[in-house]
Design a protein around this ligand. Structure first.
Ligand SMILES: [Zn+2]
Length: 317
C-alpha cells in the first residue's frame, strides 16, 4: 500500500482526492529578503485567515462532489522562506485536510549564512535527517523536496549544489522533487542537473511551466517524462485562466495531458479571497467547469486533479 507523508503522519495514498500540488499555506519571503516586497505582498502568516481560506477549497471540492479527501502540498521549504510545521499541522487538524510539507532551500537570495561553507554531501545529510526524523523539535516530516528554485533564468552554482544535495536525499528517501522554474526555460537546466545526479524525470515536477507561453518547452519537459505543472492558475485577470485553458487543450492535442499538474501557487495576500483574489478554491469552483465546457472529459479532469497529483507525490526512487 502506497503511503504519503503528511504533517499529521503517513496516509494511504488511495484516500487522497482532489489535490493542489503547489501552494503555500504559510510563507514569508519578506523577512529575509525585503526587496521581495517591491514586487508583491509575499507574506501569509495569519493562521485564522489562512484556515478560513483553505476551508473554502475543502468546501468547494466537497460541494462539487469530487471523491476522496481534498489535500494540499505546501512547498515552502524552510524557516527562511516562512515554513512553520506546527502552523501547518494545526491548519490541517482543524480542517481535517491532509497537508504535505516541503523541505530544502528555495532560491539563492534566501539561502542561510554559512551555506557556502557546507559540502554538498553535508547539505544532503541535513536534508535526509529532516525527512527521516522530522523538523527539529517537532518531529513533523516533509513529504516532498522543494520547491527548489532558480532565482533567474539560469541555475547558479549554489542552486546547483542544492539540486545535487536533493538528488542524494531523494535516492535515500524516495520523496519527489518539485522545482521553481519561474524565468525563461530554466526548467530544462534544472532537469539536466537532477538527471545527471541520477534522479528519474518521472520523480520531478517542473513548477511554474505556465509562466512561459512556449508549448514546445512544455512538451519537451513532458517528453522527458517529468511533470509539467501549470500552477499559476488564478482568476482575477481573465486572460490568465483563459490562456491556461488553451495550454491544456494544446497539451491534449499533443498527447501529454497525462503529464500535467494544476495548482494556484497562492503565495501573497492579494491572491486570497479576503483580499479580492481567487484563492485556493479557484480550480474546483470555476476552472474545472471551464475545462469541462471546452470539452475535457470527466476522466481527463479526474486525471488532472486526482490521479496525477497522487501519482506525483507517492514516494519512489
Ligand atoms: Zn515558486
Amino acid at each position: 500500500m502506497d503511503q504519503v507523508m503528511t504533517v499529521r503522519g503517513p496516509v494511504d495514498a488511495s484516500t487522497l482526492g482532489f489535490g493542489l500540488p503547489h501552494e503555500h499555506l504559510r510563507i514569508d519571503l519578506i523577512s529575509v529578503f525585503p526587496a521581495a516586497m517591491l514586487a508583491f505582498d509575499f507574506q501569509l502568516i495569519d493562521e485564522e485567515l489562512q484556515t478560513d481560506e483553505v476551508r473554502l477549497f475543502r468546501d468547494a471540492v466537497q460541494a462539487a462532489g469530487w471523491p476522496g479527501s481534498p489535500w494540499i502540498v505546501d512547498v515552502t521549504t524552510d524557516a527562511r522562506m516562512g515554513r512553520d510545521p506546527l502552523f501547518l499541522r494545526r491548519v490541517s487538524e482543524s480542517l481535517d485536510l491532509p497537508v504535505v510539507m516541503g523541505c530544502g532551500r528555495y532560491r539563492e537570495p534566501w539561502y542561510e549564512p554559512g551555506f557556502a561553507e557546507r559540502s554538498t554531501r553535508g547539505l544532503a545529510e541535513l536534508l535526509t535527517a529532516e525527512i527521516e526524523q522530522g523538523v527539529d523539535g517537532t518531529g513533523i516530516r516533509p513529504g516532498i523536496i522543494g520547491e527548489l528554485g532558480a532565482d533567474r533564468d539560469f541555475v547558479s552554482p549554489a542552486e546547483e549544489r542544492t539540486l545535487r544535495a536533493a538528488a542524494i536525499a531523494h535516492a535515500r528517501t524516495g520523496l519527489p522533487i518539485t522545482l521553481h522554474a519561474r524565468f525563461g526555460q530554466v526548467g530544462i537546466a534544472q532537469l539536466d542537473i537532477l538527471e545527471d545526479a541520477g534522479v528519474r524525470p518521472e520523480r520531478i515536477i517542473v513548477g511554474h511551466t505556465d509562466t512561459d507561453p512556449d508549448l514546445d518547452y512544455h512538451e519537451a519537459i513532458a517528453r522527458r517524462g517529468a511533470w509539467v505543472q501549470y500552477d499559476c492558475i488564478r482568476g482575477r485577470v481573465p486572460l490568465v485562466p483563459e490562456r491556461r485553458v488553451r495550454y491544456l487543450l494544446e497539451a491534449r492535442r499533443r498527447g501529454f495531458l497525462d503529464r500535467v499538474l494544476l495548482s494556484h501557487d497562492v503565495c501573497a495576500l492579494s491572491m486570497l479571497r479576503a483580499y479580492g483574489g481567487t484563492g485556493y478554491d479557484y480550480l474546483p469552483r470555476d476552472f474545472m467547469g471551464m475545462l469541462r465546457e471546452r470539452g475535457l472529459t470527466d476522466e481527463e479532469l479526474r486525471g488532472l486533479v486526482i490521479e496525477q497529483p497522487r501519482r506525483a507525490i507517492i514516494p519512489a526512487v
